[in-house]
Ligand binder design. Structure first.
Ligand SMILES: [Fe+2]
Ligand SMILES: [Fe+2]
Length: 232
């Protein structure tokens, strides 16, 4: 069996872009500026119980871990139980880090003095950098170790049905929050394959919504090349 579908790499590209963006904004933020700091920390909203905030980086990471654990890991565990067990433990570690950062953000905005907010901002940056390191290493492990195993043990059809199950499990606004980061993060080959597949399988309004999102978010020459390849 030599399946070529990859359930992890495209969405991880989007998550990397999201994390790089968050990191860039965190490390340049003036924590003395209450308004700018408040706006930035909205991205770190920690309402995991609801986890519906589409602009929320931590919520998006939580959704991703949940999708992997509920749809992909159970069948994958039959082929690679030890690896999947370790990946779940890594999810728990990442969640602890995400919650600690969200909590630190809430405490930071309650500080009255600018110099104390600046000092807390330094610590917040350090914690976010450590999360970034751990998160990048985790995604790399999924791609380097789990993707090849999935290719050996599952057919393309099985993996496409797992992807469909993930998509069906997400409220539309959450799905589009992922696509908002993923679409501009793909190269022209990946984007063309995705758009061609969506055109064949999704209802026309969904295809139009995704195409409109590409127009808004994908670098214009890459989107033009994709449209030419797909014939749209
Ligand atoms: Fe994961
Ligand atoms: Fe992942």
């Amino acid at each position: 069996m030599t399946a070529t579908e990859d359930l992890f790499t495209p969405v991880h590209k989007g998550l990397r872009s999201m994390l790089y963006d968050l990191s860039a904004r965190l490390q340049t933020n003036d924590f003395a500026d209450v308004a700018a700091t408040g706006a930035l920390l909205v991205q770190l909203e920690n309402d995991f119980a609801v986890a519906r905030s589409t602009g929320c980086a931590l919520c998006t990471m939580s959704h991703h871990a949940h999708a992997e654990e509920s749809v992909v890991f159970p069948p994958a565990a039959a082929a690679a139980n030890s690896l999947v067990t370790q990946l779940i433990l890594e999810h728990h570690d990442l969640t602890r880090r995400e919650l600690a950062i969200a909590q630190a953000g809430h405490e930071l905005v309650r500080l009255d003095q600018a110099d104390r907010r600046i000092a807390a901002g330094v610590r917040l940056n350090q914690a976010a950098n450590q999360l970034l390191c751990a998160y990048l290493a985790h995604m790399d492990r999924e791609e380097a170790e789990l993707v090849p195993l999935m290719g050996e043990h599952f057919t393309n059809e099985q993996m496409v049905s797992m992807r469909d199950a993930i998509i069906r499990s997400m409220p539309p606004e959450v799905l589009f929050a992922f696509l908002n980061w993923m679409l501009p993060s793909l190269n022209v080959n990946e984007l063309s394959d995705l758009l061609a597949s969506v055109r064949l399988t999704a209802p026309p309004p969904v295809f139009k919504a995704i195409s409109d999102l590409c127009t808004a978010k994908v670098e214009p020459s890459r989107w033009a090349a994709t449209r030419s390849r797909v014939g749209i």
